[in-house]
Design a protein around this ligand. Structure first.
Ligand code: IDP
Ligand code: MG
Length: 168
């Protein structure tokens, strides 16, 4: 069996409901290795790129509000990269179906997800669903130095005249 990497995002509802510990415990059942993790806020630009495959859906605008935290008044997400054999399938299984009402009750989405009055699936976590998708997503959310192994080929560049926020 091939080792794979997969992106997990604990969405703003998961952080707002203090579910981070519970979700990480559930995911640890997979025995996969965490090779990247961070708490971050999600920009509109990152949200749009992440959900580019859903741009034409009627719920797209609300989905962007969801992942950027506008919907919950809490703009934190936790982004993680898991690594190991069949990582994508293992994490998707623990996550459960996209629709929390169809998800098995013992899955993360089945336990903690709900459908909003608007119809949006508030399903607590994102999990990559294919190898192409996980590579695209991990490269979008993480830089090479934020990942504990050499996951994909990377190169060194010299960045000039680039604005950066530093501690005062
Ligand atoms: P996935 O998260 O299970 O991979 P995607 O189709 O990639 O499912 O959709 C991304 C997210 O968009 C879902 O996790 C969910 O929050 C939301 N979503 C997807 N399909 C629907 C729908 O039919 N109604 C409402 N929300 C949806
Ligand atoms: Mg998806």
């Amino acid at each position: 069996m091939k080792k794979q990497a997969t992106l997990v995002i604990i969405k703003p509802d998961g952080l707002k409901k203090s579910l981070t510990g519970n979700i990480l415990t559930r995911l640890s059942e997979s025995k996969l290795k965490i090779i990247g993790s961070k708490i971050m806020k999600v920009s509109y630009s990152l949200a749009g790129k992440h959900y580019t495959h859903l741009k034409d859906k009627p719920f797209f605008e609300e989905l962007v509000k969801y992942i950027t935290g506008e919907l919950h008044g809490d703009n934190r997400v936790m982004a993680l990269v898991y690594w190991g054999e069949s990582a994508i399938e293992k994490v998707r299984k623990l996550a459960g179906a996209t629709n929390p009402e169809e998800a098995q009750p013992t899955t993360i989405r089945g336990q903690y997800g709900r459908i909003l009055t608007s119809g949006l699936f508030e399903n607590v976590i994102h999990a990559s669903s294919s190898e192409d998708e996980s590579e695209r997503e991990i490269k979008l959310w993480f830089s090479p130095d934020e990942i504990a192994i050499d996951l994909y080929p990377a190169k060194e560049t010299t960045v000039k005249q680039c604005k950066e926020r530093v501690w005062k």
